[in-house]
Ligand binder design. Structure first.
Ligand code: PEP
Ligand code: MG
Length: 869
């Protein structure tokens, strides 16, 4: 048999040689350098050794056969191209050897610069740059990097030698050392190298290169890279590519220089010249702060040709990548080289402006503009934020329960918050909040709780108010008698100033500068474009006419959840509610309810008017009754017996929701009556009938809803002929699997995913976060907090079953009103599930509008959708 000759695998590609295989093969950096080279953008010449070679090297524990020869051939080509020789003594070709994996792993693997220098070439470099000091410094850096990376010499030994020399010379900075000092340091470094390896520092450039490539491959397996991969879910078997790149020097006289630039202003997104430049300098000079760079404009006079070339290149790069770029460049003797270009990091405001303007310029489509905005970043614009330039120390971190930042004086109870909050900014600090604290929460600038999670009372209410909240900050401990809080070794007194950032969960002692919310025209424009794209409707969870108005301003298309219990806590109502609970019989309860009815009715009228033309879902009373009573120890004697009677070990699984409505039907009767009367009154007054949806909570059995629908219909028919829908929340696993039976009695379902998460996972929504769930998240048992981001494969699958079984019976209207309704990933899931709407707190409505559009784009297969979907 004749063997077919197999072509030897090829491992090395020049940047201008199309390799195919993209970043998986060439690594992100290599693919970028090749792309730019092939675009005609001036980048330093060089070549990439593929990730395949790294994988082979890992398997063989040696460089694969033929790689050496290939590298030699490419070095020869590089010499030809640059007109310099590798290992030459006069003006030598120097290269950097840089790792570069398919997925960016910043700083995790190794890089060696100035490779090719040796005892003779260092003198050549000094002549070429006219800078003896620089040449020696470059060489000592090579010995240090090479010694550490290739030969595993303890970095500390080099650092110590440098520190000792500085101390000897009385030098504060590295840059205070002279050329002579560096000559001495070089000798020390060479000695350290010899001590560490038993050999002299290699003088042969090719030998240096071969060993450096091998070491960079090996750095894929170093412990920090492994930890990073595990944390970011990057597979261990990808391997890294290695880029061998010509070194270019910006310090070869007045026709050289270095700089950074942005194609648009990274803080505002505006077009213009943004960047910095230094003539006759290296990037390190800027970093070390020895010289202050000039504005980019200065380059126009000093290096007009390179400047013009840079402007052209910036335009080309932005057009090619169709995004704002952040560019590093060097000019070596008049020749421009781009060292790096990447999508520029930008503020949320700049992201919006750039997206809108690039659309106007025809660079990107509206779809792309919408896809490009990170919904989480958008959130920043809606609330005050910590000034990004402020410096501060984080004292503790809790859950990022409601975004925005606030500074204020610490108060430990709601009454004090209400009282002092009128005069000065206060932060309400509690173990956890209860509905009793509402007046203090309204008065406070922000809320900090030790316990409680993303669906805790504090989190939900703060989010509804658009107020910062950090919850579950277990590092904090309160002594309410002494009126102090402790965090670490610090004791804080009432009145001390504290800053919280509800977007990150950070708690800072003292005041930090804030930047105000920035809702502007660009913001509106992008959201309007998003509205044209999305299919999902977005409603708001709102309990008051003011919240409803605000929700409308943010673009809400109705109310998906009006929690009526919040209306029971008003100062004028709570005593009546308590009277109702304390009553011994139905007649007593009805008497109290009769007094509550007009108050509820006027609340509903306000909400209906604020939401004219849009649907309003009103949920009947849900929480356990004891929530309306004071804690036993603080209660007056006459209340105690009743409080004891109502006490339950697991109130969240007890007498609440529709169970309450079935046991005390007069409560729901009053609420239904108030709703239909309010609807009739508003219709009378405005000529427009509100779109009313009456919702029953915590239904698990069809029979529960059958009876409650009967009650609803009976009461409504005693009143005016108002049209309404009658539906249920889906908050229990049983309701999901028996959705077909429940649908028989429902016009709509609304998924209450706070309770559904609690009941499906068996995780208490009051206790899990800050306790075992924090451990789960830190330890990687769970990737995400299920009370924040929907547990798609568990809770989400129950929802899918409910959708399928419910819709098999009738064309139900479907929505979600749990906190997940405003979280981008969960919104995307709801889109896929075919829900009609998501409902979230008013301040999250813009974010949900954007996330819903991104979900629609992802469904269309738009490859550029990055966030949310
Ligand atoms: C839910 O359970 O998801 C819900 C919206 O209701 P609540 O948070 O009021 O229990
Ligand atoms: Mg619920």
């Amino acid at each position: 048999m004749i063997a077919t000759p197999v072509a030897a695998p090829r491992y090395v590609y020049d940047f201008d040689d199309p390799a195919g295989g993209g970043r998986e093969r060439l690594g992100g950096k290599g693919a970028g350098l090749a792309e730019m080279t092939q675009l005609g953008v001036p980048v330093p010449a060089g070549f990439t050794i593929t990730t395949e070679a790294c994988r082979e090297a890992m398997a063989l524990q040696d460089l694969p056969e033929g790689l050496d020869t290939e590298i030699d051939e490419h070095i020869a080509a590089l010499e030809e191209r640059t007109g310099k020789r590798f290992g030459d003594q006069a003006d030598t070709l120097l290269v950097s050897v840089r790792s570069g994996a398919a997925v960016s792993m910043p700083g995790m693997m190794d890089t060696i610069l100035n490779l090719g220098l040796n005892d003779a070439a260092v003198a050549g470099l000094a002549t070429a740059t006219g800078n003896q000091r620089f040449a020696r410094d470059s060489y000592r850096r090579l010995i240090q990097m090479y010694g550490e990376v290739v030969d595993g010499i303890d970095a500390h030994r080099f650092e110590q030698a440098l520190t000792d020399l500085k101390a000897k010379r009385g030098a504060a900075q590295d840059t205070d050392l002279t050329a002579d000092d560096l000559a001495e340091l070089l000798e020390t470094f060479k000695r350290i190298y010899r001590d560490g390896t038993g050999t002299d520092f290699p003088q042969d450039a090719r030998d240096q290169l071969r060993r450096a490539v091998r070491a960079v491959f090996d750095s894929w397996k170093n412990p920090r890279a492994e930890v990073y991969r595990r944390a970011h879910g990057i597979p261990d078997d990808l391997g890294t590519a290695v880029n061998v790149v010509q070194m270019v020097f910006g310090n070869k006289g007045d026709t050289s220089g270095t700089g950074v630039c942005f194609t648009r202003d990274p803080s505002t997104g505006e077009q213009g010249l943004y960047g910095e430049f230094l003539v006759n300098a290296q990037g390190e000079d800027v970093v070390a702060g020895i010289r202050t760079p000039e504005p980019l404009q200065a380059m126009q006079q000093r290096l007009p040709e390179a400047f013009q070339q840079l402007l052209d290149t910036m335009r080309r790069l932005e057009e090619h990548y169709r995004d704002m770029q952040d560019i590093e460049f060097t000019v070596e003797e008049g020749a421009l080289y781009l060292l790096q270009t990447r999508a520029a990091k930008r503020t949320a405001a700049a992201g919006l402006k750039a997206a809108v303007e690039m659309t106007d310029e025809g660079l990107i489509s509206r779809d792309e503009a919408v896809a490009r905005i990170d919904p989480a970043q958008l959130d920043q614009l809606l609330h005050p934020m910590l000034d990004p330039n402020a410096s501060y120390t984080v004292a503790a971190t809790g859950l990022n329960a409601s975004p925005g930042a606030a500074s204020g004086k610490i108060v430990f109870d709601a009454d004090t918050a209400a009282e002092r909050g009128e005069r000065e900014p206060v932060i309400l600090v509690r173990w956890e909040t209860t509905p009793d604290d509402i007046h203090g929460m309204i008065a406070a600038k922000g809320i900090l709780t030790v316990h409680g999670g993303m669906t805790s009372h504090a989190a939900v209410v703060a989010r509804g108010m658009g107020k910062p909240c950090v919850a579950g900050c277990e590092a904090l401990s309160l002594d309410l008698n002494a009126r102090t809080a402790r965090v670490g070794d610090t004791t804080l007194n009432e009145g001390d100033v504290l800053t919280i950032d509800g977007g990150t969960g950070r708690v800072i002692v003292g005041e930090v500068e804030l930047v105000p919310p920035q809702i502007n025209e660009d913001f509106q424009t992008v959201l309007e474009w998003a509205d044209d794209i999305r299919r999902l409707k977005v409603r708001a969870n709102a309990d008051t006419p003011d919240d409803a108005k605000r929700a409308r301003e943010f673009g809400a298309q109705g109310i998906g959840l009006c929690r009526t219990e919040h209306m029971f806590f008003g100062e004028d109502r709570l005593p009546v509610v308590q009277e109702m609970i304390m009553a011994h019989d139905e007649a007593g309860r009805r008497a109290a309810l009769d007094r509550l009815l007009p108050m509820q009715q006027s609340d509903f009228e306000g909400i209906f008017e604020a939401m004219a033309g849009l649907p309003v879902t009103i949920r009947l009373l849900d929480p356990p009754l004891h929530e309306f009573l004071p804690p036993l120890e603080q209660a007056p004697e006459k209340m105690r017996e009743r409080i004891k009677q109502l006490q339950e070990a697991n109130p969240m699984l007890g007498t609440r929701g529709c169970r309450l409505g079935l046991q005390y039907p007069e409560i729901y009767e009053m609420q239904v009556r108030a709703i239909v009367r309010a609807a009739a009154a508003v219709r009378e007054r405005t000529g427009e009938a509100p779109l009313v949806e009456i919702m029953h909570p915590l239904v698990g059995f069809a029979e529960e809803l059958r009876r409650l629908r009967e009650l609803t219909v009976a009461v409504a028919s005693e009143e005016n002929d108002v049209e309404y829908l009658c539906g249920t929340m889906i908050e229990l696993p049983r309701a999901c699997v028996r959705a077909d039976e429940i649908a028989e009695h429902a016009d709509f379902f609304s998924f209450g995913t706070n309770d559904l998460t609690q009941t499906a996972l068996g995780f208490s929504r009051d206790d899990a976060e800050g306790k075992f769930l924090t451990h789960y998240l830190e330890d990687g048992v769970l990737e995400r907090n299920p009370f924040e981001t929907l547990d798609q494969s568990g809770v989400g699958d129950l929802m899918r079953i409910a959708v399928e079984r419910g819709r098999a019976v009738k064309d139900l209207k479907l929505g979600i009103c749990g906190e997940h309704g405003g979280e981008p990933k969960s919104v995307a899931f709801c889109h896929k599930l075919g829900l009609d709407y998501v409902s979230c707190s008013p301040f999250r409505v813009p974010l949900a509008r954007l996330a819903a559009a991104q979900a629609a784009l992802a469904e269309k297969g738009a490859a550029y959708v990055a966030a949310g979907g």
